[in-house]
Design a protein around this ligand. Structure first.
Ligand SMILES: Cc1ncc(COP(=O)(O)O)c(C=O)c1O
Length: 373
């Protein structure tokens, strides 16, 4: 199965590709789809290509729903997570009593910046300090106090690999009437995931990483029970209930997640990502997660014991984040010598195994990690 699956992707040559936490590999079927769904309608029909283009975006929303759960109406295309969060913040109902929006110090900085700039919409950012474990629900129980209006929960932290118990945190938020936003950028496509079952109010993601859909195809999912309470200020004709009504005197929000859309949308990223989502749905996220775990175990069987001792598969996403301290340079050099593509954050090496990686690659990378010991 994994060998068949590998053949469905362009995997860069030269050595193990361990960078899927950054950019997933391009599906082999995607260029032809991009041409058929985006360039061909333009070539043949010019402005009349919009029918096909809007169909391609509908296909993207449907493919998200198929892979991640819920209905297509609950997903709104967005260029990236920060853009989605920027649209969301002014839309969240405010209470006089609670102003604080809490997240972790290890949340992706781009989203932290958006919260930092949310004062004009009545919010003040608070960070759970790095020393407190975001994977422990007790950390959130303590942090979600009486002055908290909202929480941004990173499902899997990109710099540390730590996975948060999202469903439990979302439950606490619901009980305390705290608005709960979840970032699935590092979990969608690698962990089996049902977005509606997380229990959040809003879920933000993008297809560039494990979903193999390239940059520019982000999304915002809204709980259909809550969507009508949310009124974004950053709108455009595609946020309108009837985008083609063209009456400047009457704005009416789309009844579903489309209200977060805005003006004339881009098309190409969504047309391409719709295909990658289909490829991953064909393979199945359960299969992908199982393969990732098998390769992580293979890697750890070859790497120094200290790494295996540090990994608890219940508490990480798809990426192995290896804290190397003074050995960082030696290990990074040995990994580079295998031709591997990987990256580092501080003294941590990040290695990710997707469906297109092999056990032999995982073993080779594990062996390389003995450098400098
Ligand atoms: C956890 C997480 N959230 C968000 C992002 C990206 O945010 P944006 O789409 O705003 O660039 C990343 C990218 O590395 C990430 O790892």
């Amino acid at each position: 199965m994994a060998a068949d699956a590998r053949s469905r992707f362009f995997v860069p040559e030269g050595g193990p590709y361990a960078l899927s936490h950054s950019v997933g590999c391009l599906p082999r079927s995607a260029p032809a789809i991009l041409d058929r769904a985006y360039l061909e309608p333009w070539r043949r029909e010019g402005g009349d290509g919009w029918n096909a283009w809007l169909g391609a975006i509908d296909g993207f929303r449907a493919a998200l729903a198929r892979l991640l759960g819920g209905e297509s109406a609950d997903y709104c295309p967005q260029p990236n997570l920060s853009a989605a969060l920027s649209k969301l913040m002014p839309a969240i109902p405010r209470s006089k009593r609670c102003r604080v929006f809490v997240t972790t110090e290890d949340a992706f900085p781009s989203l932290g910046f958006v919260l930092d700039r949310a004062a004009p919409f009545g919010f003040e950012r608070r960070l759970i300090p790095r020393g407190e474990d975001p994977g422990d629900p007790r950390t959130w129980d303590r942090a979600l106090g009486k002055d908290i209006a909202g929480a941004l929960v990173t499902h899997v932290h990109s710099a540390t690999g730590v996975r948060t118990p999202v469903a439990e945190i979302a439950r606490i938020c619901r009980e305390r009437e705290i608005f709960c936003v979840v970032d699935v950028a590092q979990s969608a496509g690698i962990l089996e995931l049902s977005v509606p079952q997380l229990g959040a109010d809003v879920v933000l993601g993008s297809c560039v990483k494990w979903l193999c859909g390239g940059p520019g195809a982000g999304f915002l999912w809204v709980d259909p029970q809550r969507v009508v309470e949310l009124e974004p200020t950053d709108v455009g004709w595609f946020s309108h209930a009837e985008p083609f009504a063209f009456d400047i005197e009457s704005f009416a929000f789309a009844p579903d997640a489309r209200r977060f859309w805005g003006g004339t949308p881009s098309v190409a990223p969504y047309a391409l990502a719709a295909e990658s989502l289909k490829v991953l749905a064909d393979i199945g996220t359960a299969t992908i997660e199982r393969h990732n775990r098998a390769l992580c175990r293979e890697f750890l069987a070859h790497a120094p014991d200290e790494h295996a001792l540090a990994v608890d598969f219940e508490r990480i996403g798809g990426t192995l984040c290896l804290h190397l301290g003074e050995r960082l340079d030696a290990v990074a050099a040995a990994l580079r010598a295998t031709g591997a593509r990987f990256d580092t954050r501080g003294d941590t090496v990040r290695l990710s195994f997707h469906i297109y990686n092999t056990a032999e690659e995982a073993a080779r990378l594990g062996d390389a990690c003995h450098a400098g010991s």
